[in-house]
Ligand binder design. Structure first.
Ligand SMILES: [Ca+2]
Ligand SMILES: [Ca+2]
Length: 79
């Protein structure tokens, strides 16, 4: 049981370490995900592209969704 806990903590911390890369760049309210409004503060992105990138349709981009869509979503960013 204790081992499971340690593994869960390790999994969580490595996931959040990964999340630092792209989400953190655009995540203005630091809730760990990127809304269309946040993304368009830095990037010129059409809503239709955002919706394609938002695979689970929760209205936000996770780090994985950003990573998978960066070729067409993050090609027109200021920073
Ligand atoms: Ca956010
Ligand atoms: Ca999503």
């Amino acid at each position: 049981m204790k081992k499971l806990m340690v593994m869960a903590v390790l999994a969580t911390s490595s996931a959040s370490a990964l999340a630092v890369d792209r989400v953190a760049r655009f995540d203005l309210n630091t809730d760990g995900k990127v809304s269309y409004e946040e993304l368009t503060k830095s990037c010129d992105v059409r809503k239709s592209l955002f919706e394609i990138a938002d695979k689970n349709e929760d209205g936000f981009l996770s780090n994985k969704e950003l990573r998978d869509s960066k070729s067409y979503l993050l090609s027109n960013c200021k920073k």
